[in-house]
Design a protein around this ligand. Structure first.
Ligand code: GDP
Ligand code: IMO
Ligand code: MG
Length: 428
């Protein structure tokens, strides 16, 4: 029996899709437990590249069950677009391959409209959201006016809830935010169609996931976003609206903490972030541009250029602590080849001392000065390396530094986007 978590240790886009696909070979079930189609997970199999947003990255194996957990916010329009996209690539998505929780919250057109209008209203203080309606949908969940998948499947319940919600939302959209009211009939009819298409996929996923773990199957939980986008522990308010850390699994998939056996933090060999907010090791210079071009750091969901900077071990140590990480998988170390010198942040200078944790207050964070250690780089192209021994000495030193500082071992190293560009240092 194993219940295994994969989660982002930084600000998202660490390579979770690739690592989920890689590790899913040994799993029976792959579960998304939070977020929605704000995620953009890339999986490369052979010469084919797949971009997934809502459907778990285990979907490319025909014999695995993929689960969208109750903690996920589901945009039915995006779901069916993704199913069609996969079908066009030869992957027909059937209820044997995909299950959706009856407790998941449904993203409605007014959530997307509000996401957009709130961002405009924030002006220069905007968050830089993906505008997929994620924040407003989670707001309704907490405020208890959300529409769940099980509500959508009951015509009369849905009608009543939509009526109440839309009336309130239209008031906010038109009277507060200066937008245009949305039409009840258009939404109602469209979502009834979605409901019928969705119905065969809908189950009580907590029961399925529990039974799978209890019967000795291997269950993989695929995180979206990353530790510093967590609503509680991230760089608030420049975060997403869900719990991206390991604790989110219990809530978002309905299993107890005692069932979890491993938590692997996916860490990019440098740091990136997309959207606004603080970023202590950001490189606003030619090295940052070089990393962006070499690592092709452009968002999968929005196409935005990602901000790039040096590896920040304060962040990885924080991720290890709050998610109880059992190991790291380090990705994109191949991108760094060619740099003469590489810096790693090993602390923040804050109010006259050195700290090794990420502060809560953005004002405190702004006054933190990263403390760097400088390392010699390597020139060898390591995309073809398949074992630790084939890595250049300086790349090994780099990996050792991560282990030494965080106290967590590096169990996997990824040297390219493809499945086989992966080396396992310690079996997990
Ligand atoms: P996710 O959101 O965490 O799944 O990551 P994204 O898919 O948004 O971004 C990661 C990008 O890096 C994708 O284009 C991957 O194909 C690519 N990638 C993943 N691992 C590696 C690696 O080890 N080396 C290189 N060069 N690219 C990688
Ligand atoms: P994956 O799973 C990187 C960022 C947005 C914005 C903030 C809030 O591919 O790693 P939201 O739309 O969630 O309300 O936006 O979070 N963000 C991501 N950044 N990777 C992601 O997902 C992200 N999902 C959201 O850019 O800064
Ligand atoms: Mg991504």
């Amino acid at each position: 029996m194993s219940a295994f978590i994969i989660l982002g240790a930084q600000w998202g886009d660490e390579g979770k899709g690739k690592m989920t696909d890689y590790l899913a070979e040994g799993a029976d079930v792959v579960v998304r437990f939070q977020g929605g189609n704000n995620a953009g997970h890339t999986v490369v199999v052979g010469e084919k590249e797949y971009k997934l947003h809502l459907i778990p990255s285990g979907i490319l194996y025909k014999d695995k069950l993929n689960v969208i957990g109750n903690g996920v916010v589901v945009d039915p329009e995006a779901l069916f677009i993704e199913m069609d996209y996969l079908e066009a690539l030869g992957e027909k998505i059937t209820p044997e391959r995909l299950m959706i929780s009856d407790r998941s919250q449904v993203i409605m057109p007014y959530h997307k409209e509000l996401d957009n209008l709130y961002e405009i209203a924030r002006g220069t203080n905007d968050i830089g959201t993906t505008k997929k309606g994620i924040g407003p949908c989670y707001t309704d969940k907490a405020e208890r006016s959300g529409i769940r998948v099980c509500d959508l499947l009951k015509k009369d319940v849905f009608k009543e809830k939509l009526k109440t919600s839309l009336a309130m939302k239209n008031d906010i959209i038109t009277k507060v935010l200066g937008g245009k009211a949305l039409d009840f009939d258009i939404i109602y009819n469209q979502y009834l169609e979605y409901a019928e298409k969705m119905r065969p996929f809908v189950k009580d996923i907590s029961v399925k996931v529990f039974d799978a773990i209890k019967s000795g199957k291997n269950v993989l939980f695929e995180g979206a976003q990353g530790t510093l986008l967590d609503i509680d522990y991230g760089s608030y308010p420049f975060v997403t609206s869900s719990n991206t850390i390991a604790g989110g699994v219990c809530i978002g998939a309905g299993i107890g903490p005692t069932m979890i056996t491993n938590a692997v933090g996916i860490a990019k060999a440098y740091t990136t972030r997309v959207g606004k907010g603080p970023f202590p090791t950001e490189l606003n210079d030619e090295v940052g541009d070089w990393i962006r071009e070499k690592g092709f750091e452009f968002g999968v969901t929005t196409g935005r250029a990602r901000r790039c900077g040096w590896l920040d071990l304060v962040i990885l140590k924080t991720a290890a602590r709050i998610s109880g990480l059992t190991s790291f998988a380090v990705t994109k170390i191949d991108t760094l080849a060619g740099l003469e010198k590489i810096k790693i942040c090993v602390g923040y200078e804050f109010e006259g001392s050195i700290i090794d944790y990420f502060p809560a207050s953005l004002e405190d964070l702004a006054s933190c000065v990263p403390v760097y250690e400088e390392f010699d780089g390597w020139d060898e192209n390591i995309a073809e390396a398949r074992s630790y021994d084939e890595l250049p000495e300086n790349a090994k030193i780099y990996l050792k530094k991560i282990e030494e500082f965080t106290g967590v071992k590096v169990s996997i190293v990824s040297v390219g986007p493809k499945r086989d560009q992966t080396m396992v240092l310690t079996e997990i």
